[in-house]
Design a protein around this ligand. Structure first.
Ligand SMILES: [Zn+2]
Length: 287
């Protein structure tokens, strides 16, 4: 049985010719566990080909999905956070910011940009959860405020895509003030007769839910997104009873009247376009 006997000893391939499969070639859906190629996932708008699970994505991906030819002009791209409270927990706040910036390549937890979506001029503000849990501090609030000023000046509709753990602890009261500030600015947008659409993605919680995310002329969400204010454990302990199944999912929130509709990410651009065409003034850029 000579074919069972190894003729040559050891590994013969030199290191220089070693074949390695590139990182991130495969994607395993965390919901249905099916494995697919990463580029297939991307081509399907970062949603699972099998079960429609919506993978969490950031501003770069949403801008690419929504802006025509991925062309846009970013507003206030270099705004970064100060450290008004000299806050220190496991590390000091400026170090935490610097580390998050290095890790993500972002300046803070939101990017705001102006461009065209199916030829309609629009401002899109999109949160990045990768940056300190998409937490809202002064920069997030200020960038939203300035995006709204820009909308009013140029007579443009606004879309905010939320994905956030809530207010940023390290800025404490300054973070909470952003709730009032963004809400007041949105009231000015409303007064100017310009539409605001809020898209809630997984997860949208805390001070973001309690301010701009729920103040849209239309509040819409991605399927199965977690939407809430406090977490389920806190609520359960406070009210002392079990919560219904599906509590805090987009579908549950829709059924209870807090959302207008749920949209699959692959239909997002077209649905937003149809909506804006219905509500924008005919002599505006709605055409
Ligand atoms: Zn899946």
């Amino acid at each position: 049985m000579s074919w069972f006997i190894r003729q040559e000893k050891g590994i013969q391939t030199p290191t220089s010719q070693k074949k390695e499969s590139p990182d991130g070639l495969w994607y395993k859906c965390p919901s249905c566990k099916k494995v697919m190629l990463t580029h297939e996932l991307q081509a399907n708008y970062y949603t699972c080909l099998n079960c429609n699970y919506h993978e969490k994505i950031g501003s770069a991906e949403y801008f690419a999905i929504l802006f025509d030819n991925n062309e846009f002009e970013e507003l206030n791209p270099n705004m970064t956070s100060a450290d008004p409270l000299k806050f220190v927990d496991s590390k000091d706040y400026p170090t935490r910011i610097a580390e998050a910036q290095k890790k993500t390549g972002l300046k803070d937890a939101i990017r705001t940009a102006y461009g065209k979506m199916n030829s309609i001029d629009i401002v899109i503000a999109c949160m990045d959860f990768e940056f300190i849990g998409g937490s809202m501090g002064s920069v997030v609030g200020e960038k939203i405020a300035r995006a709204i000023d820009f909308c009013i000046e140029k007579r443009l509709p606004l879309l905010i895509i939320s994905r956030s753990g809530g207010a940023r602890m390290m800025e404490a009261g300054f973070s909470l003030m952003q709730m009032a500030k963004t809400s007041a600015k949105l009231a000015l947008l409303d007064k100017a007769g310009l539409p605001y659409i809020s898209l809630l993605t997984d997860p949208t919680t805390g001070g973001v839910t309690a301010s701009f995310a729920m103040l849209g002329d239309f509040n819409i969400a991605e399927p199965n997104a977690l939407i809430g204010f406090a977490g389920p454990r806190v609520i359960r302990e406070t009210i002392g009873r079990d919560l219904p199944s599906g509590f805090q999912t987009a579908e549950f929130v829709l059924e209870h009247g807090f959302l207008d509709f749920i949209v699959h990410r692959k239909d997002l651009k077209d649905e937003l376009t149809s909506l804006l065409k219905m509500i924008l003034p005919k002599n505006g850029n709605g055409k």
